[in-house]
Design a protein around this ligand. Structure first.
Ligand code: ARG
Length: 216
């Protein structure tokens, strides 16, 4: 079978994995968003060390090891999670640490002079946050958040290790069935690339629309 025939024959089966890949990615990203905002909130209070105690170990250990801990490790202390739940928990808990940092650096990028000006105009502390800092910080975070989503989509391939049949796992099936690993994984890679490229492309279009003058 030539390359084109191979692609024609097996791409539909592999591409169906996009559905599970995106399911895991979206759920994980949203979980990471919620927890990331919570972590940010925590790090703005006197409980900041607590937030750091979460963020640093999560960023300092491999996601694969975190996934294995959740799926194979937790049952030892009576917490049995199925593979799908383990996958989005691991990815979501992991992404939360990165998203918290994205928000933190966006907040820090708002010049102090704006806060002082708002205060001198009589804004209260919470009004400064609500009307001056947050609207800008959110827009500044968007490119990095999209980047993080693309990372989550790619990292979701790790779920294949614990038996989730998503994009990567489908490629493994085809490679095992046809003995043509090169072609199989090239198809897998091309599909990831198409998905990630599309996401980045769309987000660039959106960014152009909401750009704040004076910021790059
Ligand atoms: N491969 C890295 C790891 O295993 C990436 C972690 C996920 N990164 C992220 N931005 N969510 O640690």
């Amino acid at each position: 079978m030539g390359l084109l025939d191979f692609v024609y024959e097996y791409t539909p089966f592999i591409a169906e994995g996009v559905v599970v890949t995106l399911q895991i990615s979206v759920i994980s990203f949203l979980l990471g968003l919620a927890l990331g905002i919570a972590l940010l909130g925590l790090s703005l209070t006197s409980l900041r060390p607590l937030a750091r105690m979460y963020i640093e170990p999560v960023r300092g250990t491999p996601l694969l090891v975190q996934l294995l801990l959740i799926y194979f490790g937790l049952p030892s202390i009576g917490i049995k999670l199925d593979a799908f739940t383990s996958s989005f928990l691991a990815l979501g808990l992991n992404s939360a640490a990165y998203q918290a940092e994205i928000f933190r650096s966006a907040l820090k990028s708002i010049p102090d002079v704006q806060i002082l000006s708002a205060e001198s105009l009589g804004f209260s502390g919470s009004q400064v946050y609500r009307y001056v800092i947050l609207p800008q910080a959110l827009r500044i975070s968007i490119p990095s958040l999209v980047n993080e989503f693309v990372t989550v989509v790619k990292e979701s391939s790790l779920a294949s290790v614990i038996g989730i049949v998503e994009l990567t796992r489908r490629g493994e099936y085809v490679a095992a069935y046809t003995y043509r690993a090169l072609e199989s994984y090239l198809v897998v890679a091309a599909i990831y690339f198409a998905v990630c490229y599309l996401i980045s492309y769309l987000s660039r279009r959106i960014e152009e629309k909401i750009r704040i003058p004076g910021y790059t």
